[in-house]
Design a protein around this ligand. Sequence first.
Ligand SMILES: O=P(O)(O)OC[C@@H](O)[C@@H](O)c1c[nH]c2ccccc12
Length: 270
Amino acid sequence: MSTILDRIKAYKLEEVARAKAATPLSALEAAARGAASPRGFARALRDAAHTGYGLIAEIKKASPSKGLIRADFDPPALARAYEAGGATCLSVLTDAPSFQGADEYLVAAHDAVALPCLRKDFLYDPWQVVQSRALNADCILLIMASLEDGQAAELEAAALDWGMDVLIEVHDQAELDRAALLKSPLIGINNRNLHTFEVTLDTTRRLARRVPEDRMIVAESGLYTADDLADLAQYGARCFLIGESLMRQADVAAATREILSKPLTAQGGL
Ligand SMILES: O=P(O)(O)OC[C@@H](O)[C@@H](O)c1c[nH]c2ccccc12
């Protein structure tokens, strides 16, 4: 079965081959060495989770499952609204064909705020890891559904070498077992199945208890209300990655504040 993830991988590999021909690794490494110092992404989440929730707020114009999400799309203004609303970190889509993202959106959002920034894209080649750092990314995403074990380990090692954090995304038990073999403390549980687009918070409810104690859970996708966060917090999640529901609001700062308004602190942070 050819799914959206397979199609994305195919065009991404072509895109990267072209980009590598245009910009050799040595040039990219020079740019990465000149980038802004990495902002501690995992550390910021851990600190936030001590007293409440860690929120990764996503800047996302469109998606393959929803089409256009926000017409009035100004990445620096959105970054500032998220920061004002109490977000811990940002996630910025840079994939163009499926998400109408752009590398420039990451650079612009990073420059507008002091928050650590995740480059949200589909990475397969260490060249893209260096490219992410050159774009001032503080963290990259690795999607286990789309990577072999050796490939994920290689990409993670490159990211850690460059001082970035790594969010490892899983959707089922097998992917979680493979993620546990990697080093990163950040395990994202994606409530959206990237093959079928089906979304259910049961994914986090089922997998959260299986995440090793020394890792931090980031519940991703399909989160709409403060009650959704409080619900998943009961299963051990203290960090959340939210895009669409905040992107659809006129007042993004107020919506961010609102969704963070019910922290489950009774059981303490992590
Ligand atoms: O917009 P939502 O449902 O709040 O989801 C955000 C984020 O989890 C989602 O954009 C996402 C999760 N994993 C991804 C991998 C690639 C692209 C996008 C994603």
